[in-house]
Design a protein around this ligand. Sequence first.
Ligand SMILES: [Zn+2]
Length: 458
Amino acid sequence: MINRTPQPINTLSIRYGEEKTFGRLNLSSTLPAYSQAKFQSSTHSLVNLAHENQLKLFDPTVQISGLTPDCADKTKACYNDPYDYERVFYENIMINMRNSFNRKSFQSYIENYFADASVCANYSGCVDYKDPALSYATRNMMMMGISGHQMDMFVMRDVYAADGMGGGSLPDIGLHQSEGKGWASYWHAYMDPNSGSYRGYNNMSYLSVFHEIAHGYGFNHSSGMTYGFADSWTNTYLQQHFTQHERENSNAHQVPSVLTKAELLEERKVRLSFYHTQPGASAQDIELQFIHNDGIDIKVDYIEGRDNTSVDVTFGTPPVAPVYVRSVSGNGEYMSTLQFKGSDLIPLPRYTFGGKAYTILDKKLIAPETSGWGIRKLCDQPGQQLATKADYQALWNYMSANNLLGTLSTNKFLSRDEPASWYIWMLEFNAREMASSYYQLGVGIGNDKALVCVAPAN
Ligand SMILES: [Zn+2]
């Protein structure tokens, strides 16, 4: 096992075996940050063992070196890479941010914060927010909680410009992960134990770094997430939920109180089964929560006679924007978060050959007006990309050789690659050959064409 994270690991949520059974792996000794270990079990098969990560919120892709210029001009503020001790400083704060975002108590904390009318009134972002389906607080939590936002962590040096600086794009929670990025920085002397201005892990540091990272997620000063919530989180939530030792050190990796397994039973119907990671926990009292900005119908049926360890969830329509399902045991704190997209809720034809998996997207998942740019975002499963002409040719060859062409509900497809400026390919799967022609990038896909998504086979 390779630990590529800044956190030591004592225990890990896992899936293993042919059935991808969920479990909790307790290590006999701590695996330090950025290290690896070989392990064995005398009681369990370790076939197909993998980390089952369900602590999904606040999961940035952090870039911490290699991007910045050197600071040749000493007359102005310069932003460049952290030294090792500065990197550790950022890591420890970001670990505690992540550990906050994945807690049940954090969600109620941010809800209560923005629900206070006298607080909301200070921030035009809050006052002007009008979506009845999703509270302002939860929307902000999901924006900053979104996966894949690229965060560059810099250090401000040479000339003091402010305690910190940051900026970035606001993530779109209608997408399955962030397509944007941001950056944040803190004044070097505050992290330097040899400086007279050293702050270490005090509240000023926590609130500044949270504030700048919130800028990195596109939040401005009128959102209440920088001035406002950053201060409240630091001065109250952090003090109540983290010990001084936890605030000043790299905390061990956490495991959610339940792991949630999803199984597609039929179109739009999913069975959720719960695995309690805490021995002796009651199966009776799982809290389930659905977060979405779609206004879609979701019906939950508790299954009798199965110890309430499963529920069936039926979606009225395949969601356009992702739906997040959060679960926590009654006495638990860390929540499991799963994300459902339309493509998770419809059984889709899938063919695996030549080291790649080809999935044919159902037309129900594609709005007819979606242009050549928009269709690239619809391949939303891990590792997937919209097929190129060469991918379509490989699929046609495979389907032709295996007499599968007759199973297609449409025989026209659009590509990702652009044979000429402003054009993509339209491919037509005919009985004798695949035909191709130019298709304008800006034109909607219409009702008669579909898409194929390609990912490495696993
Ligand atoms: Zn600011």
